[in-house]
Design a protein around this ligand. Sequence first.
Ligand code: F6P
Length: 334
Amino acid sequence: MIKRIGILTSGGDAPGMNAAIRSVVLSASHFDIEVLGFYHGYNGLIADNSKIITSEDVDSIIQLGGTILKSARCAQMLEETGLIQAATTLLKNKVDALIVIGGDGSFNGLLSLQQHWSGKIIGIPGTIDNDLDGTDHTIGFSTAVNTALDAIDKIRDTADAFERVFIIELMGRHSGHITFNVGIACAAEQVLSFENFTKGSEQQTLQDLAKDIKAAKANHHHSYIIVVAEHLWQGGVNKLAEDLSKVSNIDCTACVLGYIQRGGSPDAKDRITATKMGVAAVQGLLDGKSGYMVGEQNNSIAYLPLNLAVKHTKTVSDSLVRAQDNILALTAKR
Ligand code: F6P
């Protein structure tokens, strides 16, 4: 019988985490279950920094970015002593089940915790990177794509005015979900991501881009935008802009969009996804589930074992990659 659920948000915050907290709290309250919120990710579990979260506490938070529980990355969860301390806090506070909203690092922490604590565990995918298996979308991804798109639409205005080449770096850690989706949506002339770039092909890539930019200029295209996944180019987009400026003899301006992609009010899609997942997390626990991540596949709730959710097998849609590279990318052929 579940009387008390612990909840925390961990890792990179994502728009929609508050919507998920709200949904868990309201669902739990519906079933007369108490919710204990731990602050600053797993650090709050280790330090026993917690507070009962009531339905009143989650009033008017659905529209807020960030997370009311705060977030952090917690190296102590990689060590035995940290895990034991976390388990001790859960026992002391009589927590029957723990819900963690976060990404793959957070879920690995949750899996390790199982070695020291026998309560039930459920993960809710909250990361802008969309790099978890078993769910079509993670909470925060949609808002991050829209935020980046809005920013790049503005950059396009100034790029057009100055007929400039812009190289824009997008987040995503080691996945290209944000980069490819934003690239398509902002009609980037080029998308450079892990899915279409091989390490070692830097010189060839520079030559190809230089040739394409020159052809575009000759065809009177007004601006030229290249979106690039973070961690792809050694030295980042500043170095890429420098390298490309040299090879093409054309000024290229670098722009790192950065943390703007993590902030802001969640869009409708993220609010709805987070709400559905929060309800499903509590219902899953009541149905006896443990060790699962709540996901959404083809518009339906799905539960995937946590250890499978962190395998990083979900790739950017091949049709998206091929459409961009073979049809949409501005090439010298045009
Ligand atoms: O996982 C979300 C994310 O924003 C990634 O896209 C990015 O690589 C990373 O977090 C940045 O992490 P930090 O907040 O620790 O700098």
